[in-house]
Design a protein around this ligand. Sequence first.
Ligand code: BTN
Length: 280
Amino acid sequence: MNKNDFQELLDNRTISELYYFDEIGSTNDEAKKLIRNKMYESDGASAACSEASPMLFIADTQVSGRGRMGRSWSSPPSTNISMSLVHKTELPGECIPGVTILAALAVTEAIKTYSERYGVALPDIYIKWPNDVIINNKKLCGILTELEYPYIICGIGINVNASSFPKEIQDKATSLAIEGRAIIDRGILAALVTEALTKLISTYEETLNLGFIIDRYNSLLISKDKEVILTSENIDFPDGHYISRGIDMSGALIVEELSSRKTIPVRFGEVSVRGLYGYT
Ligand code: BTN
């Protein structure tokens, strides 16, 4: 992977700027730094943020990659994709979590495009709500979306060519190379993800709801119509047996309690499929 892999995205204005690093702490942190400097230099967000198309930060390797809930995210040299798509937005606050839903869909659809175009046979690929991408009940991709208003930083880590994982996570993590028994071109895949995500975000900015992707997303949802276990640090879900019914227009996961048939929208927390004891 190198800078040239993204020239076409620059030429056709899918992205306005490219920041490529052989090694960096975290592409999300680097993006935040740049945004803050720009705002400081030009004395105000509106003056600083004139880019119409997103900026792409991408690194061959990250040495302090961050995951959700304060966890770290490892990406060894020349192996995986670590990228942050930075988009200036006018989306209202309540629509921001929807971007994370779009990112999972973009990654999943980009991987399917790659596998069809380059003949890499992969097992079925799913999304674990809201935004983990999984294959073979193991995590393939994690997404960390952060807001540095008016920019959304969509950090995407995909396990692409990793051939093994540390013992602690080997039952929970997998890569495209392991599942597809082929080496994947990271530059091509990262460009496909960027294209897919920028398109989805621009439609979302017109519709301001996720109606346009509900069916696509729900058809990829690992928990769809299965019994799920709901956990959250902040919310006490009433006791019961819950069935996942898929997302609504806002991106909340609708779950139905079996005996009362009542439905609740889940906006935060962890939703795991009952009976799948591994990662999902
Ligand atoms: C998760 O915990 O599932 C989210 C992992 C997100 C990792 C990506 S890699 C690119 C970007 N930079 C980071 O430091 N984190 C995100």
